[in-house]
Design a protein around this ligand. Structure first.
Ligand code: ASP
Length: 313
């Protein structure tokens, strides 16, 4: 039994391991761990307290993939629900679809009995407003919702500095089944409706019992364009050891370096429970817990430069 997570998963990893120790499945453990991160208002990049989009709306993305069946569920640009990971799980279990976005995802959440709530905390609102006031003229701010050329402000507001973050959980249960889960509020000050890599199976999340699993945080556009999570699993399938599979998936990002010179981080697990994580940023870490450990352990990620200064993320 093992759980691997991005370092902001610390608030949920022990609960996730308890689920496994009590005989729960990898899917149950991933959901339980991520829900605690989503409820943590101190985390400005996931669930409650996430930094909103350009218009001040908290829009959440999440996905979950079952490595045993290869079923997956995901939601994107979801507003007003604290636990997108649980809604993603319901998409996987209740619908003949993989991904729901926006109002359709919200309608489905209501149908499944999830409670609505305001996700924009005072603290996140202050951070959001401060940046807007610095980057956008006061006269424009008053009518931002009606602004016909909202696109012109996205680059200016979003990149000074770029703000984002995501939680990744990978679990392997006592039966050897693997699950991967991802949840995020995406990039702060993003264009409304922007969806990142997190709810896209193959980009930010992939799990297959036969080979392993991977999940990403960082500049989602990069993982979307390179199919990063699926790449790791495909390299495992091709017979590469875990560390080499992760390195290769990171090196694939070289081709995007001039277009998207951003941060990318991967956590990965192979079918035998070996784990590793990768980053193009120095001193990045990840955490893990096994059935034998009482506390999460922190380990360095393997540094794999992707070709440019990491301006964003
Ligand atoms: N990957 C997320 C996104 O692009 C954000 C992040 O992890 O920083 O939406």
């Amino acid at each position: 039994m093992i759980i691997v997570a991005s370092s902001n998963g610390k608030v949920g990893i022990s609960a996730a391991m308890r689920v496994l120790r009590n005989g729960g499945s990898a899917i149950d453990a991933v959901e339980a761990g991520i829900r605690l991160v989503e409820s943590n208002p101190q985390d400005k990049t996931v669930g409650l307290g996430g930094i909103p989009n350009l218009l001040g709306e908290v829009e959440l993305d999440a996905s979950i993939m079952d490595g045993q069946t290869l079923a997956a569920g995901a939601v994107g640009a979801l507003q007003g629900y604290e636990h997108p990971i649980s809604i993603a799980r319901k998409v996987m279990e209740e619908l003949p679809h993989v991904l729901l976005v926006g109002s359709g995802a919200e309608r489905f959440a209501a149908e499944m009995g999830f409670d609505r709530r305001e996700l924009l905390t005072e603290e996140a609102k202050e951070v959001w407003e401060e940046r807007l006031h610095k980057a956008i003229p006061e006269t424009m701010l008053a009518n931002l919702k009606e602004e016909p050329a909202l696109r012109q402000w996205v680059k200016r507001v979003r990149e000074s500095p770029w703000a984002g973050g995501t939680v990744n959980f990978l679990a392997q249960d006592a039966d050897g089944n693997i699950c991967a889960g991802v949840s995020t509020s995406g990039q702060g000050w993003k264009y409304p409706g922007r969806v990142g890599d997190s709810p896209l199976i193959g980009a930010g999340n992939y799990a297959d019992n036969r080979y392993g699993a991977a999940a990403c945080t960082g500049l989602g556009e990069m993982a979307i364009l390179a199919g990063t999570a699926r790449s790791v699993v495909l390299y495992l399938k091709m017979g590469l050891p875990l560390e080499e599979a992760g390195r290769q998936a990171m090196k694939d990002l070289h081709a995007l370096a001039s277009l998207y010179p951003g941060t990318m981080n991967i956590v990965a697990l192979d079918k035998d429970g070996r784990h590793a994580a990768f980053s193009n940023r120095e001193e990045a870490v990840y955490i893990y817990m096994t059935g034998e450990t009482d506390e999460p352990e922190e380990l360095p990620r393997v540094l794999v430069p992707t070709g440019e200064n990491n301006r964003r993320g």
